[in-house]
Design a protein around this ligand. Structure first.
Ligand SMILES: NC(=O)c1ccc[n+]([C@@H]2O[C@H](COP(=O)([O-])OP(=O)(O)OC[C@H]3O[C@@H](n4cnc5c(N)ncnc54)[C@H](OP(=O)(O)O)[C@@H]3O)[C@@H](O)[C@H]2O)c1
Length: 281
């Protein structure tokens, strides 16, 4: 049973590799530059933009984990399609894809459309598939808060609708469980904490836990783009930040149901527990 993990050089890929190692599971890690992957696992070159690398890497794979790319949306649409096509042509037994909450109803948000399109391609591929609809990374929350202790301000146009979160560590635990269980197939699963929390309520919790009064400002999308550009972000990242905030504001990232507890027999780390852990440092 060969398991191959693509984009394994990224933060989620590394957390999954760690979890696979903890399970003593055999797996192959793939990346554009296999030198980034260390020597604990067999490695292969997997570049979504190079079809021959996909064909060669997927040849004997039974379960393929396609970790979504961090390229700009137009490129990601093409890259995920290429990975799914190559997996089908190579005779891969099952494709597991890291999707995103909100993929089901993308509206006209390009970020959600990327994952909606990949899920549609999976369903139409004829290959058994699993879509793991990951919540927002809780790990990203401290960076989103910025230097609030000095400024007393957090500014993102993220609104106050409930949003679903999860740590990469919990995603990795769940994902490896799915990778090792071939009976899980043809299903989309929500990988989120039990309780959805709006960005504004997370900021309130940070205020309470730290004793720092925080003003939550919501700039317009245009003002926000300007802020991000001045902070040095490239245009692809600026676009994704704006689309994430819009999806949060419009309530597209809040889901009521989580598959986590039923599968792993424990709850995912909550927003409050995460904040207690990271704010204590
Ligand atoms: N749920 C959330 O809140 C959230 C937040 C951010 C991102 N995401 C999505 O989740 C994915 C995984 O998260 P992460 O934290 O691991 O992101 P990350 O650390 O930015 O890693 C992204 C990975 O994509 C790889 N990649 C980019 N272009 C590629 C290509 N042409 N062919 C093969 N691999 C390519 C990168 O490879 P290199 O090492 O070669 O650059 C890297 O391994 C992201 O890529 C993004 O789609 C989700």
């Amino acid at each position: 049973m060969t398991i191959l993990v693509t984009a394994a050089s990224g933060a989620l890929g590394q957390a999954i590799a760690e979890e696979l190692r903890a399970h003593g599971a055999r797996a192959v890690l793939g990346a554009r530059d296999p030198a980034k992957l260390g020597d604990r696992f067999e490695t292969r070159r997997v570049d979504y933009d190079d079809p021959s690398s996909l064909r060669d890497a997927f040849a004997d794979v039974r379960t393929l984990l396609v970790i979504s790319s961090n390229a700009p949306n137009e490129a990601r649409l093409r890259q995920h399609a290429a990975a799914i096509d190559a997996a089908r042509e190579a005779g891969v037994g099952r494709i597991v894809y890291t999707s995103f909450v909100g993929a089901q109803t993308p509206g006209d948000n390009p970020l959600l459309e990327v994952h909606h399109d990949a899920e549609r391609r999976l369903r139409e591929s004829g290959v058994p598939w699993v879509a793991l609809r990951n919540g927002l990374y809780l790990d990203s929350l401290p960076a989103l808060l910025g230097p609030f202790r000095e400024t007393g301000v957090v500014a993102h146009p993220a609104g106050d609708a409930p949003a679903s979160w999860i740590t990469r560590r919990d995603i990795a635990a769940f994902t490896v469980d799915v990778l090792l269980d071939e009976t899980t197939q043809n299903v989309a699963l929500n990988l989120v904490t039990e309780e959805a929390r709006s960005f504004s309520s997370a900021i309130d919790a940070v205020s309470q836990k730290t004793g720092v009064a925080i003003e939550y400002r919501e700039p317009s999308d245009d003002e926000y783009r300007g802020m991000l550009r001045r902070a040095g972000f490239d245009e692809g990242t600026v676009a994704i930040f704006v689309q994430v905030c819009r999806a949060m504001r419009e309530g597209a990232l809040g889901v009521d149901e989580s598959s986590f507890h039923a599968r792993l027999g424990r709850p995912a780390e909550s927003v409050d527990a995460f904040l207690d852990r990271v704010l204590a440092v």
